[in-house]
Design a binder for this molecule. Structure first.
Ligand code: GLC
Length: 735
C-alpha cells in the first residue's frame, strides 16, 4: 500500500509497505499519513515479485546527480548502479557497487527535483544504460520510504535532504591537517621514524594511522605488547610531538579460546547467527571470526564500550574497516572449493573444466549466499537476513562507536572514519573512498566522487592520496598530493607490498614539491576551517561542482573542476606528462593563482572563457572568484602548534567582497550553542581605493586572537592594493 504525507518545506513522503527503521532520517512521521494517497509525483510505479520499480522518462537534457560513493560521472547517466555494499578493491569503470549505499539523487532539467529511497537492502538503478532516456530504480522489496523533494533549486533540495537526515559530521580541527598512513606501520620504531622524518624534513603532519598489524594477531581491541611495550606512554609521546595515532578496527572477532572479546560475545549472544542458530562464521584477517550483530542495541553498547580500552590509552579517533562486512571465505565455501578442485585436478587434462576452478577461490569472498545465511536479531526479536538489511552493517557498527564516544567523551569531537556507510552515517562519522589504485584514472574518480559525496552530506571525505594498490610514480604522487590538499580528509595511504609513498620516499625534488603542497594546505587552514564550519551550518556542500553555481551550457559539462569553499575553484591536473590543462571559466572574471608556494603570489586576472593554463609539475591552477576573498596564515608543523595571530587576505574585488573567519576551540561542540568567535572582513572598492572594515563577534570562551592582517587585493586591471592592519585598527571598525 502506498501512503503519502507532506513534510518540511517541499518534501513528500511516500511509504511502501512496512519499512525497516534505518535511522537515516531524524524525524519520525509514523502517525501522520494520509492512507491510500496518490502515486508519487514524477514516477511511474510497477511491481514484480515483491520488487518495486520506479520509472522516470529522462529528457534529452536532463542530468542526474547524487548517489554519493559510486563510480561513473558526476552526471550519473549512461550507467547502472547496484547499491549493495561490497569489499571490491578493483574499482574498474564497469563496477556497479562500492562500499556504501547513498540512494539520494537529483534530476536537473525539464523537471528538477530530488529523491531519497530509505531502504537498507539492494537497489539497482539503471540511469539510461539499457535505454538512453529511461531511468529505472528497482527496489528489491516493497517495504521502503520514498522522499520526493520538489524544488527547482539544487542547493535547497540538498538543504532539505540534510534537514531530514541531519547535519554533517564535524571532526576536530586537527583532522584538517595532513595524515600519513600505510599498511602497515606495525611497531613503535616504525611509527617513531615516520614521525621524526616529518619533523626533520619540515613537512607538517597531524595524523599517523595504525593499520591492522598493531594488533596482537589481528584480534580487535588488542595492542601487540611486543611491538608497543607501553602503548599509553607512546601515544602520549607522539601527541606531545603533535601527532594523533589513529588505529583501525575491524568487526570480525577472532575465534580463540581465552580471548576476552570473543568470550564476552559468545557468553552474551552478541554475534550474528547462521540458518541453524549457530554463530555465523566466516574468515577475515584473523582467520575464522564471528560478527557482532550491530542491529541490536545491546550489542552496539557492548561494542562501543570496547573502544574505551584504546581511548583510555589516549587514542582520539579510529577508522572502522571491512564493515560491509567483508567475508573472505566460509568453511562451507572452502569445502566446496576442495571438492571441485579434486574433481577437476584428478583428470589428466581438465580441458574446459579448468575454468570451473580458475576463479572459484575468488568467488568465495563476499558471496550472496553467505549474506543470506547471516542472521540478525533486533531488539524487538525480529529476524532479518543480512541480505535484507545489508547496507546497514557498517552504519550500525560506526553508530556503536559514535554513541560510545558521546558517552565517555562528552562534548568532545572525535575522529571517525568508516569504510561502509549508509545515509545518516554522515551525521556522526566520515568515510574514505576505499581501496583505489595508483592509477591516473583514479584521480579523476577521486574528484568526481568527492563532489557526489558532498551532495549527499559526506562533507569531510577523501580518497587514499597516491593510490592504495599498485605502485605510484613520483609524478603521480605529486599530482595526487596537489589534489589531496584540496580535499577535506587529506590522507596518504598505500597497501602492503606497494612502493612507499611518504613524501621522502621518492627523490629530493619530489619531497621538496610535496613539502610546498602540504605547507600550502596548512597555510589555508583558517580558510578551510571557516568555510567548512559555514558549510555545515548552512547545510550547503563544502565541495561543489561548478554547474551548481553557473547555469550555462558549458558549465554543465565540466566535471573536473570544483569549488573548495565558496571562493576557490580548483583545476587539478590528473593526467601524466601534462604541463598544463584546459580550464573553463564561467560567467565572471577570475584571479588565477598557479600555485607553487603559499608565500609566492603570482596572480593574474582572466576573463570568462576557455583557456589552456600552463602548470609545471610543481604548480596547480586555482582560481579565486571575482568579488571574493581567501585567507591564509603561516603554516605550522601541526594544527594549533601555536596560536594563530596573523592572517593574510588575498582577494579579487571589483565591487565588494567579504569573508567570515571562524574561531572556536576546535575540539568541542560548544560552537553549536553559539560559543565561537567570528571576524567578518569586508573589502569594498571605492573610486581609486579600497575600504576595509570588520565585524567582530566574540563569545564567552572564544575571542578573536588575530593581531595583524595583511591585505593583497587585486582589481580588474590586475593592480594590487596592499595594506597591513593591526588589531587596534580592526577593532576600531567593529560593531
Ligand atoms: C582494507 C582497507 C585498507 C587497509 C587494509 C588492511 O583493504 O580498505 O585501507 O589498509 O584493509 O587493513
Amino acid at each position: 500500500m502506498l501512503r503519502k504525507m507532506e513534510l518540511l518545506n517541499f518534501t513528500d513522503l511516500y511509504r511502501f509497505g512496512n519499512p525497516f527503521k534505518t535511522g537515516a532520517t531524524l524525524i519520525n512521521f509514523d502517525d501522520k499519513f494520509h492512507e491510500n494517497s496518490k502515486t508519487p509525483d514524477f514516477f511511474e510505479v510497477s511491481s514484480a515479485d515483491k520488487k518495486i520499480i520506479l520509472k522516470y522518462n529522462l529528457d534529452e537534457k536532463d542530468a542526474v546527480y547524487g548517489l554519493g560513493q559510486s563510480l561513473g560521472g558526476i552526471n550519473k547517466r549512461g550507467k547502472k548502479y547496484r547499491l549493495y555494499a561490497t569489499d571490491d578493491p578493483l574499482h574498474t569503470p564497469e563496477k556497479e557497487s562500492l562500499y556504501g549505499s547513498h540512494p539520494f539523487l537529483i534530476i536537473k532539467g525539464k523537471n528538477t527535483f530530488g529523491f531519497f529511497i530509505d531502504f537498507p537492502g539492494e537497489i539497482v538503478l539503471d540511469v539510461g544504460f539499457t535505454q538512453t532516456n529511461l531511468f529505472t530504480v528497482e527496489v528489491s522489496r516493497d517495504d521502503f520510504d520514498l522522499y520526493v523533494f520538489n524544488n527547482a533549486d539544487v542547493f535547497l533540495i540538498i538543504k532539505e535532504f540534510l534537514t531530514l537526515t541531519g547535519t554533517p559530521y564535524v571532526p576536530p580541527k586537527w583532522a584538517f591537517g595532513f595524515g600519513q598512513s600505510r599498511w602497515s606501520y606495525p611497531d613503535e620504531k616504525t611509527v617513531t621514524d615516520i614521525a621524526d622524518n616529518f619533523r626533520k624534513n619540515k613537512i607538517p603532519c597531524d595524523m599517523i594511522f595504525l593499520d591492522i598489524d598493531y594488533m596482537d594477531n589481528y584480534k580487535v581491541f588488542t595492542v601487540d605488547k611486543k611491538k608497543f611495550p607501553n602503548f599509553k606512554k607512546f601515544v602520549s609521546k607522539m601527541k606531545d610531538k603533535g601527532f594523533r595515532l589513529l588505529p583501525i578496527i575491524d568487526p570480525g572477532v577472532k575465534i580463540e579460546k581465552g580471548y576476552d572479546v570473543y568470550e564476552e560475545g559468545l557468553k552474551n549472544n552478541y554475534f550474528c547467527k547462521d540458518e541453524k542458530g549457530n554463530n555465523f562464521t566466516a574468515a577475515v584477517w584473523p582467520g575464522l571470526t564471528h560478527f557482532p550483530d550491530f542491529t541490536n542495541k545491546t550489542t552496539r553498547r557492548w561494542w562501543g564500550g570496547l573502544y574505551k580500552r584504546l581511548t583510555d590509552e589516549g587514542i582520539e579517533g579510529f577508522w572502522n574497516d571491512m564493515n560491509e562486512p567483508a567475508l573472505f571465505y566460509t568453511k562451507e565455501g572452502l569445502d566446496d572449493l576442495k571438492k571441485t578442485n579434486e574433481e577437476v585436478l584428478s583428470k589428466e587434462d581438465p580441458g574446459f573444466d579448468f575454468f570451473k576452478i580458475k576463479d572459484k577461490a575468488n568467488g568465495l569472498s563476499n558471496k550472496a549466499s553467505d549474506y543470506k545465511r547471516m542472521i540478525h536479531i533486533t531488539d524487538k526479536n525480529e529476524k532479518y537476513t543480512n541480505e535484507d538489511i545489508h547496507n546497514l552493517y557498517g552504519y550500525h557498527m560506526t553508530k556503536a562507536t559514535s554513541d560510545a564516544f558521546s558517552e565517555f567523551k562528552k562534548n568532545q569531537r572525535y575522529f571517525l572514519l568508516s569504510r561502509s556507510s549508509y545515509v545518516g552515517l554522515h551525521r556522526f562519522a566520515a568515510i574514505w573512498m576505499g581501496d583505489n589504485q595508483s592509477w591516473w584514472e583514479h584521480m579523476l574518480v577521486h574528484i568526481k566522487m568527492l563532489i557526489s559525496l558532498n551532495m549527499c552530506g559526506f562533507f569531510y571525505t577523501g580518497a587514499d592520496v597516491g593510490g592504495f594498490g599498485c605502485n605510484a610514480s613520483p609524478e603521480l604522487a605529486i599530482r595526487w598530493q596537489q589534489l589531496g590538499a584540496f580535499t577535506p580528509l587529506y590522507r596518504n595511504h598505500a597497501a602492503i607490498g606497494t612502493r612507499n609513498q611518504e613524501p621522502w620516499a621518492f627523490d629530493e625534488k619530489t619531497m621538496d614539491i610535496t613539502r610546498d603542497i602540504i605547507n600550502f594546505r596548512y597555510a589555508m587552514s583558517p580558510y578551510i576551517y571557516s568555510e567548512f564550519m559555514k558549510a555545515t551550518i548552512e547545510l550547503k556542500p563544502f565541495i561543489k561542482p561548478i554547474f551548481f553555481i553557473y547555469e550555462d551550457d558549458i558549465s554543465k559539462n565540466i566535471e573536473d573542476q570544483f569549488f573548495f569553499g565558496d571562493s576557490i575553484m580548483v583545476c587539478p591536473i590528473y593526467t601524466p606528462n601534462q604541463r598544463g590543462r584546459f580550464v573553463y571559466l564561467p560567467e565572471s572574471k577570475w584571479l588565477m593563482w598557479n600555485l607553487k608556494k603559499y608565500d609566492q603570489t603570482n596572480l593574474k586576472i582572466y576573463q570568462s572563457g576557455s583557456y589552456f593554463i600552463e602548470a609545471g609539475i610543481d604548480e596547480i591552477p586555482i582560481f579565486i572568484k571575482e568579488n571574493s576573498l581567501t585567507i591564509l596564515t603561516e603554516p605550522q608543523n601541526y594544527t594549533n602548534e601555536k596560536p594563530l595571530l596573523k592572517l593574510k587576505v588575498i582577494g579579487f574585488v571589483t565591487d565588494k567582497a567579504s569573508f567570515t573567519y571562524f574561531e572556536d576551540d576546535g575540539v568541542s561542540y560548544d560552537y553549536k550553542n553559539g560559543n565561537y568567535a567570528s571576524l567578518k572582513i569586508f573589502v569594498e572598492k571605492k573610486e581609486t581605493d579600497y575600504e576595509i572594515f570588520f565585524d567582530v563577534v566574540e563569545s564567552k570562551d572564544n575571542k578573536i586572537l588575530i593581531e595583524e592582517i595583511d591585505f593583497e587585493i587585486y582589481d580588474e586591471k590586475n593592480q594590487i592594493f596592499i595594506k597591513k592592519i593591526g588589531k587596534n585598527n580592526f577593532y576600531k571598525f567593529s560593531n
